[in-house]
Design a protein around this ligand. Sequence first.
Ligand code: HEC
Length: 144
Amino acid sequence: MNNYPSKIGMTALLLAAFGVIGSAYSQGDITIWDGVYSTEQATRGAVVYSDTCIACHGQDLGGNSNAPGLVGMGFMFLWEGRTLGAFFEKIREEMPTDRPGQLPLQNYLDVVAYIMQANSFPAGDEDLPRDVEALNGIAIASKS
Ligand code: HEC
């Protein structure tokens, strides 16, 4: 007999594996390690955070019994493999919980930059893109 069917099987398996990886982020994509926000933006975001998030998520972004932490392993556990666009949308649509969606768009972007900085993801020269499509092109990945 020949081994034709098993070769097909192997090819299908490989394609499936790459499909799964590709749907999260494919090679050549931008990630949070590429300097996607600026230090100035994170500094603005820190003010937004102090004004509108700190009461629930805590001074060190570590969270408490009322709200989850936004940094460290907790952040990566929830968000690795997703995009910065999804993270931004979560905040813009649902935060702060007492008046969701009520902040100016720029404040939401700036606070995302601040959370990136608090997670020790590197800053770059430019602010985050204002466009959700572009934010969706930035993968939340662990450092390779
Ligand atoms: C009144 C309390 C409160 C305030 C103010 C608040 N949050 Fe939250 N936040 C919560 C609670 C409770 C949750 C968990 C429930 C949920 O995920 O919707 C949460 C969840 C989140 C999450 C999802 C956590 C995760 O990793 O899945 C993010 C991100 C977040 N908040 C960011 C913010 C930011 C940024 C601000 C300020 C603009 C903010 N929150 C203001 C209470 C608050």
